[in-house]
Design a protein around this ligand. Structure first.
Ligand code: G6P
Ligand code: MG
Length: 217
């Protein structure tokens, strides 16, 4: 049996734009210049680490209590966008891929750094397509640590070597590779150069192909 582990943000839905708007609002409030290019560095990275990157950009130091308050504020802003999400936000080709892999005996798991992952799966109506969900609430080590994918493989009962991971972040590809899984980059080959395979998106690949991808790293 094969396992297929999907990252959420940037793979299933394009939430990077909402994360950006919410971080941008906070950054502006605390006087930090934060661009869409800077936002690339936050992809796949935990909420706490994302804030640290923004504070580093502005050369700001803060107490843990202050950081906690800023993270809460950013998340409330982000949840405003999430509350308006629906099925139409699922990226092209994702639903056919999920259905095809399930119908062909694959086990499907989510492996995301986000603490909002379950809510987003509910809002987009795709929760029933997952056999297991592992997210930012379940792990102690963030990507590139492989913990999230190792846990996901265990939950679907598939050996790590028989799992394929779909990821848009460099940290996520590194995590998949160190777990001995097939790493499939969703994005640009130039950025995701350590991935075993790269596709610009699910619309660009036949679901049948996804079943037969193998390791070449
Ligand atoms: C994903 C996104 C990151 C985000 C992280 C935590 O990995 O790519 O940009 O910071 O999840 O998300 P959260 O919803 O818990 O703030
Ligand atoms: Mg991602």
């Amino acid at each position: 049996m094969k396992g297929f582990i999907f990252d959420l943000d940037g793979v299933i839905v394009d939430t990077a734009k909402y994360h950006f708007l919410a971080w941008k609002k906070l950054a502006t409030q605390i006087g930090v210049g934060f661009t869409i290019e800077d936002n690339e560095r936050l992809k796949g990275v935990s909420r706490a680490r994302s804030l640290d990157i923004i504070l580093e950009l502005g050369d700001i130091t803060a107490t843990d209590e202050q950081k906690q308050q800023w993270m809460t504020q950013k998340n409330e802003e982000y949840l405003g966008y999430v509350s308006r999400m629906g099925t139409e936000e699922v990226l092209p080709g994702v639903l056919p891929a999920l259905h095809f892999l399930r119908e062909n005996g694959g086990k499907i798991a989510l492996g995301s750094a986000s603490k909002n992952a379950r809510l987003i799966l509910e809002k987009t109506g795709i929760m029933p397509l997952f056999d297991a969900v592992v997210d930012g609430n379940d792990v102690s080590a963030a990507k590139p640590d492989p913990e999230v994918f190792v846990l996901a493989a265990a939950q679907i009962g598939v050996p790590q070597g028989d799992c394929t991971v779909f990821e848009d972040s460099v940290a996520g590809i590194e995590a998949a590779n160190s777990a001995g899984m097939v790493s499939v980059g969703i994005g640009e080959a130039e950025t995701l150069k350590d991935a075993d395979h790269v596709f610009p998106g699910f619309a660009a690949v036949a679901p049948e192909t996804l079943l037969s991808l193998s390791v070449k790293h």
